[in-house]
Design a protein around this ligand. Structure first.
Ligand code: SF4
Length: 370
C-alpha cells in the first residue's frame, strides 16, 4: 500500500463534479469535464517523496515533477507520440524493435509525473494493460528474435510481489528470453517498497533461471536520489540485479548540464548506469517541459565535459514514432545531426542523417526535411 498525499481537489479527481485545484501558478476552479477534456493526469504524490524533495534543497525545481501546472491545459501535442498503439501485437504487449518486448503491466504509479508520456493511461482504468499473460507468453515463444522484455506501465512495483511472480512465471520458461527488465520510478517515490523480502526472492528466481534481472530507474535530478533509495539499490545489487537509469530532459527541472552531470555521476557511484537522456516528447498538456534541441545539444555536451570516461555512458535520445534517434550535434551550418539507435528496420540502425535546424525546434517533426 502506497502512502500517498491527498489530491488537491476538494473532491478527489477524476470523480469530482467540480472543485478548487491547486496549480503551481495558484488555485482555480475546475470541472470534471475540463479535466477529462484536457487529459489532466490524476494528482498523487507519496508522503515520502513530498518530504524528501521539500528537504532536498531543490524543491523549486523538483516540485514541477509532481505538482500540476495551469500550462497542462494548453492543447499542443499528442497523447501517443511514439505510436504505441500501432506497435501493440497482443493486448498489453508492444513489439517495435526486434529484440525487445514491452509489457504494460499496470496503469498505476506511486506518484504521477506531470510530464508523463503515457498520461493517456496512467492513473486511469486503461484497456491497454495486459489482460492475459498466457497470450503474451505464446506470442513471445513464437518470436525467438525477442531476447528481452521490459515490464512497464505505469510502475510495475505498485503491483504486489505475488502478481509480479505470476507475470514472471509466464516468462521464465521462454528460453530465448535472456533478460527481464523492470522500468520504475518507485525507487524515487517509495524506496521502502524494495525492502520487501518477497521482491528479493523474485529477483533471485530470475537470476537463478539464468536470465538477467535488470531495474531501470528513473532519476531525473540528483535531488531525487535519497539515502533510502541508495540502500535499496545496494541491497538488490548484492543479489546480482543490474541497474540502469533513464532521465528526461525537462525545462525548469533539470535543463542544466551541471545538475545532470552530478545526477549521472551519483548514479555511477551507486552502481546505476545512466543509459538514456530522453528529449521531452510533444505530449499534449506536457509540451511546456520540452527543451529546444539547440539547448539540449549544449546541455549534452556540457554533461560530457564534466564526466570522466567511464561515466559517459548516456545517449541523448529522441524516442520518435520512427525509432530511437540519438541526437549527436548541431553543426556550424545549423543542421541537426542524428543517428538511428533503434529502428524497426535493422538496416536503418546506425545511419547518420541531418535536418536543417529551426530556432526553437524540439522534435524531429519540427525540422524541415531538406
Ligand atoms: S512514474 Fe513513470 S509511468 Fe508513472 S507517471 Fe511517472 S513517468 Fe509516467
Amino acid at each position: 500500500m502506497i502512502d500517498a498525499d491527498r489530491p488537491p481537489l476538494a473532491k478527489s479527481h477524476p470523480h469530482a463534479q467540480a472543485g478548487l485545484m491547486n496549480f503551481i501558478e495558484g488555485t482555480r476552479a475546475v470541472t470534471e469535464d475540463e479535466l477529462r477534456a484536457n487529459s489532466i493526469t490524476r494528482y498523487q504524490v507519496t508522503k515520502f517523496y513530498r518530504k524528501h524533495i521539500t528537504n532536498s534543497g531543490y524543491y523549486d525545481q523538483l516540485k514541477h515533477i509532481v505538482e500540476p501546472s495551469a500550462k497542462e491545459f494548453e492543447g499542443r501535442g499528442d497523447l501517443d507520440t511514439s505510436g504505441e498503439h500501432d506497435n501493440t501485437v497482443v493486448p498489453g504487449l508492444q513489439h517495435k524493435y526486434a529484440q525487445t518486448g514491452l509489457l504494460l503491466v499496470t496503469d498505476r504509479c506511486a506518484s504521477y509525473c506531470r510530464f508523463c508520456f503515457r498520461k493517456r493511461l496512467v492513473g486511469k482504468d486503461s484497456d491497454e494493460i495486459a489482460p492475459n499473460y498466457s497470450r503474451i507468453a505464446e506470442y513471445i515463444s513464437l518470436h525467438p528474435e525477442m531476447t528481452n522484455v521490459l515490464l512497464s506501465g505505469g510502475d510495475p512495483f505498485v503491483l504486489s510481489s505475488f502478481k509480479l511472480e505470476e507475470i514472471v512465471d509466464h516468462l521464465l520458461p521462454i528460453s530465448h528470453l535472456n533478460s527481464i527488465r523492470f522500468g520504475t520510478k518507485m525507487i524515487a517515490f517509495a524506496p521502502k517498497r524494495f525492502e520487501d523480502p518477497s521482491l528479493a526472492a523474485l529477483f533471485r528466481r530470475i537470476i537463478e533461471s539464468g536470465k538477467v534481472a535488470a531495474i531501470v530507474t528513473h532519476f531525473d535530478h540528483i535531488g531525487e536520489i535519497s539515502v533510502d533509495a541508495e540502500r535499496s539499490i545496494r541491497s538488490l545489487r548484492s543479489l546480482g540485479v543490474q541497474f540502469f537509469n533513464q532521465s528526461v530532459l525537462l525545462a525548469k527541472i533539470n535543463d542544466d548540464a551541471k545538475i545532470l552531470a552530478e545526477t549521472f555521476a551519483k548514479c555511477h557511484q551507486i552502481g546505476v548506469r545512466p543509459y538514456y537522456l530522453f528529449q521531452g516528447r510533444p505530449v499534449r498538456g506536457a509540451s511546456h517541459f520540452q527543451v529546444p534541441l539547440r539547448r539540449g545539444v549544449e546541455i549534452s555536451r556540457g554533461i560530457n565535459q564534466r564526466l570522466n570516461g567511464i561515466q559517459k555512458t548516456f545517449k541523448y535520445i529522441m524516442s520518435h514514432y520512427t525509432g530511437k534517434i540519438e541526437i549527436l550535434d548541431l553543426g556550424a551550418e545549423a543542421r541537426v545531426y542524428m543517428r538511428y539507435h533503434q529502428n524497426r528496420y535493422p538496416e536503418k540502425i546506425g545511419t547518420i542523417f541531418s535536418r536543417p535546424y529551426v530556432e526553437g525546434a524540439c522534435w524531429l517533426d519540427d525540422l524541415p526535411e531538406q
